[in-house]
Design a protein around this ligand. Structure first.
Ligand code: GRF
Length: 188
């Protein structure tokens, strides 16, 4: 599931990782929150079934649950989806909803901590390392159990852009790895 603000790099990576064998399973369905955004366009170009549902519309949780049920998905992966997931979906997929966050949780998580804001905060805090975390999704932002983390150094002179690129490269390794770990756990 993708939101409207990211570039779609994690979604692209998951689609490719499924197709080239780095990841068990395939991205069968993409649910976006907005038409015309990079992730949604790219998913369609790559031939993945794509549905757009706006969280601002009434009945969003029920519609989303219906779409996920009818597609019989095993695992829900959030990639740049910046809203809290409706409770109905968490009930349907216990322990099977993952998110990726561009920092080493539990540090630098929570509401308002997304995209460049995270890297700004890491640099402002003078951290010597950062990274990314794939974690289980709960009712709170960035609070579920961490499944896998990749660490990267913060280099002298780093900017939000240079640190962000380094973390993004780590995300490309972390998300397929975490999906494989969850798959093993559920015996798929
Ligand atoms: C990533 O940094 C991810 O960690 C966060 O949102 C960003 C989405 O970027 N949840 P992209 O759309 O995958 O390029």
């Amino acid at each position: 599931m993708v939101g409207g603000k990211g570039r779609g790099s994690n979604l692209l990576n998951l689609i490719e990782a499924g197709r080239d064998g780095r990841m068990r399973g395939q991205v069968e369905l993409v649910v976006g929150t907005k038409e015309g955004v990079p992730a949604v366009e790219m998913a369609r170009e790559m031939g993945v079934r794509t549905v757009v549902l706006s969280p601002k519309e009434g009945g969003y949780g029920g519609c989303l649950r219906g779409v996920l049920r009818e597609s019989a998905v095993d695992l829900v992966c959030l990639a740049g989806y910046l809203t809290l997931l409706p409770g109905e979906v968490l009930v349907d997929f216990p322990g099977r909803v993952l998110n990726i966050h561009p920092a080493l949780l539990p540090k630098f998580g929570g509401k308002g901590m997304y995209l460049h804001y995270v890297h700004e905060a890491v640099l402002a805090a003078g951290e010597s390392e950062s990274g990314c975390s794939v974690h289980m999704v709960s009712e709170q932002y960035d609070e579920g159990a961490v499944v896998w983390q990749e660490r990267v150094p913060v280099e002298p002179g780093d900017t939000v852009e240079t640190l962000g690129s380094r973390v993004n490269r780590a995300e490309m390794v972390a998300y397929p790895k975490a999906v494989n770990l969850v798959w093993e756990k559920f015996g798929g």
